[in-house]
Ligand binder design. Structure first.
Ligand SMILES: [Zn+2]
Length: 496
């Protein structure tokens, strides 16, 4: 049996999912949906939790909660700084990390030296773009060499984080009490940005951890970090491996205000509501993580449930990388905790409108510093946000390189899938595309009955239009399309 705290370390502190968190945003949202009834969420509705008997106002939170609030207050200010101010402070923190790494982490001793970094050196002399990229396979191969030989006091207990990964080859990194603290901090910021009322019910439908015989777990609070600071309502965790109809039956019972899940699971739930007339009364907001969010999914959730979708971009290894802006569908990099770079093929920085690979430096991990770690995703850089925050913008997170289609005429790009179009064309429940040769796409279809000749032709034609190339299309009906070992799902996989 888990304690409330453990469950919510799992729920909120760990909702990152794997590194294949991939997101998408194209069009500005309807703010009225995203910030529904803002008058319902005055500051006072989220009541601070006091831990001293007889004291309620102003409240005296427990030590960890107080610490979180004090740093939350700091990042409340820093989010409005200019990009230059943020960069300046980031570099100061980065120098502390580099000094620590070069002195106590064998892996970095030479590598940072080769990039011109020596202990005590000012930032201006650092040739940052010469610091080698740390790849996933480097972390696997050099794990021991990446561990700090001397963790400064106060960084807390060291723990292991295992990212299951999409390929089944796990990456193990170390975290500390401090990295966990900053995770909690950004979790609270996400709640604050999206104005959640903690007295309401939260349901999280997740793929992991509950598979030791438990399918549904109810809890009287939202758990840490929220209940370290605030009074909260109840919450429920459901294992996403449970059949979607059973999930729906529980949702009918639970009636959550906030629903958190993987995009592929949300799509199935929305489909079920749409086809069978289920409703989710009282639902205020849907939250997603861990997979690509398409324009279509946002539209579908808006149409079926009349609420907004709030996405986040995170990974087990480095924590939160970006949160959805409170006013827009794009993402703000969490510069207070990570230095995030989007790099082109030559290792140069991408500008607004350009797509490149995401490389991240976790600023507070002193147990196993991840400096210029290649997460595996590609993202598009955005312009500065009209909301006024100086935190850099990612317009969308487009996916991993294996989600990219390659054409015989030399193009490669991330396809986008208006699955609803195909669902309307034939009784298709689920679709997954595999590029098996440069000119051939195999399409796995889960469907009721079989396709008529007309449906086959219409589907092939539609795929040609979507993929923007006349690939040979092989349609292959299957009974099910299994999720990957980490419970996640991809629409398109290039096997070349
Ligand atoms: Zn913004």
């Amino acid at each position: 049996m888990w304690t409330v705290f453990e469950v919510f370390c799992h729920l909120d502190s760990r909702l990152a999912g794997g590194t294949e968190a991939v997101k998408m945003s194209n069009v500005e949202p309807d703010k009225s949906k995203q910030m529904r009834s803002p008058e319902l969420y005055p500051e006072g509705l989220n009541r601070y939790r006091s831990t001293i008997e007889g004291i309620d106002f102003p409240s005296l939170p427990m030590a960890r909660g107080a610490r979180l609030l004090s740093v939350l207050w700091q990042v409340e200010q820093s989010q409005w700084w200019s990009a230059e101010q943020l960069q300046q402070k980031q570099r100061e923190q980065l120098l502390l990390l580099l000094n620590h790494a070069v002195q106590t982490v064998p892996y970095y001793r030479q590598r940072l030296g080769q990039a011109g970094f020596h202990p005590g050196q000012p930032w201006d002399d650092v040739r940052w773009l010469d610091v080698p990229i740390l790849r996933r396979q480097d972390v696997q191969a050099e794990r021991e060499q990446l561990k700090s030989r001397r963790l400064p006091p106060g960084h807390g207990k060291v723990h292991m984080i295992q990212s299951s990964g999409s390929t089944g080859r796990p990456v193990q990194v170390l975290g500390t009490g401090v990295t966990r603290f900053y995770w909690d901090l950004i979790t609270l910021r996400d709640h604050q940005w999206h104005r959640r009322a903690f007295t309401r019910k939260l349901v999280a439908i997740r793929p992991d951890r509950l598979d030791q015989g438990q399918e549904r777990f109810t809890c009287e609070s939202w758990g840490a970090p929220v209940d370290l600071v605030y009074h909260t309502g109840p919450s429920v965790i459901i294992n996403s491996r449970v059949d979607v109809r059973q999930q729906m039956a529980w949702l009918q019972e639970d009636r959550p205000a906030y629903l958190l899940s993987l995009p592929s699971n949300l799509r199935e739930l929305a489909r079920l509501c749409n086809s069978e007339g289920f409703t989710l009364p009282g639902l205020e907001q849907v939250r997603s993580y861990g997979e690509t969010v398409s324009r279509e999914l946002r539209d579908r959730i808006g149409a079926v449930w009349d609420v907004g979708l709030i996405d986040m971009y995170s990974s087990q290894e480095v924590g939160y990388m970006a949160l959805q802006c409170p006013n827009h569908e794009h993402y703000h990099v969490q510069s207070e905790t990570v230095l995030l770079e989007v790099l082109d093929e030559n290792g140069g920085r991408c500008g607004p409108g350009e797509v490149g690979r995401v490389v991240v430096t976790a600023l507070h991990n002193f147990a196993m510093p991840l400096i210029r770690y290649e997460v595996g995703d590609f993202a598009e850089v955005g312009e500065a946000c009209p909301c006024g925050r100086g935190l850099p913008v990612l317009r969308r997170i487009v996916g991993r390189s294996r989600n990219m289609v390659r054409t015989p005429d030399g193009r490669c790009y991330w396809p986008s899938f208006p699955a609803s179009k195909w669902l309307a064309m034939a009784p298709i429940r689920q679709i997954q595309l595999h590029q098996v040769a440069l000119d051939t796409i195999e399409v796995l279809l889960v469907m009721e009955g079989s396709l008529t000749e007309g449906q086959r032709n219409a589907l092939t034609e539609s795929l040609h239009a979507t993929l923007n190339y006349p690939f040979a299309i092989i349609l292959r009906p299957v009974n099910e399309i299994p999720a990957k070992p980490n419970g996640k799902y991809e629409d398109f996989i290039c096997e070349l």
